[in-house]
Design a protein around this ligand. Structure first.
Ligand code: FPP
Length: 245
């Protein structure tokens, strides 16, 4: 079976899961943290090399203050609780996004998790936190402009590879499969550049209800798809590996 090397996930539906139970939204986020473990276990069991989770978007800072405060506490506790075990299981943890907006304490925790696990290679787990796809493109553009201004780069050297090299996740294969739970069919400013040829899969399942059977359905669907990367089916059959950028 054709297994994705890199899985990207929008974990949506925590709030609705809690509201349906007449519980505060943070209870949904707590249940969502358990689903994160299910997703990581699944990737480890299936030999998926990279998992990128959208934990907090740059737009999520606009949520009510108490929800943000509770989410920050949850991130902190999850890091405290899970990092040693993830390290034992050879998971490399990384964060993408604007970490300047987090407290010193959370930033220090992020850095120590990255340092502790940096030599692991079984699964690269990237947590997108205060991340936005457009901002990622802006930062890459700014980096290129600075290099041109400093005379280290000529404008005609700017091609797709040059932009890609300055984007988040440039050292990983681009996502093969994107999963969004919670019923909405949107990308919501996630990995806009990186997902140009990613297969998209959506489910009504709310994130806290995620189980291995749902993930297996996504993988089964993915395995049926023909990825053409703009070419014809016949070309793909003759040249099976054109889209690994
Ligand atoms: C979207 O659901 C979810 C979030 C904004 C937060 C995601 C956080 C977790 C899954 C908790 C733990 C994560 C880590 C990495 C430890 P929503 O609140 O938008 O749900 P709704 O659309 O039903 O309101």
């Amino acid at each position: 079976m054709n297994i994705p090397r890199h899985l990207a996930v929008i974990m949506d539906g925590n709030g609705r899961w809690a509201e349906r139970r007449k519980r505060p939204r943070i209870i949904g986020h707590r249940a969502g943290a358990r689903a994160v473990n299910i997703c990581i276990d699944f990737c480890l069991e299936h030999g998926i090399e990279a998992l990128t989770l959208f934990a907090f978007s740059s737009e999520n800072w606009g949520r009510p203050e108490d929800e943000i405060g509770a989410l920050m506490k949850l991130f902190m506790n999850a890091l405290d609780r899970e990092v040693d075990e993830l390290h034992r299981r050879q998971v490399r943890i990384r964060f993408i996004g604007d970490r300047e907006r987090f407290s010193d304490k959370i930033r220090a925790r992020m850095t120590s998790a990255e340092t502790q696990t940096r030599d692991n290679s079984r699964l690269t787990l990237t947590i997108a936190a205060s991340y936005g796809g457009r901002q990622d493109i802006v930062l890459a553009t700014r980096a290129l402009a600075e290099e041109v201004a400093a005379g280290r780069l000529q404008p005609d050297q700017i091609d797709e590879a040059a932009v890609h090299a300055r984007m988040a996740l440039s050292d990983l294969p681009t996502p093969d499969l994107f999963i969004r739970t919670g019923g909405d069919h949107r990308i919501s400013n996630f990995l806009l550049w990186q997902m140009a040829y990613t297969e998209l899969w959506f489910t009504e399942t709310l994130w806290p209800e995620l189980d291995a059977a749902t993930l297996r359905r996504a993988l089964d669907d993915y395995a049926q798809r023909e990825r053409r990367f703009g070419l014809t089916g016949a070309q793909i059959a003759a040249q099976p590996d054109p889209g690994t950028a």
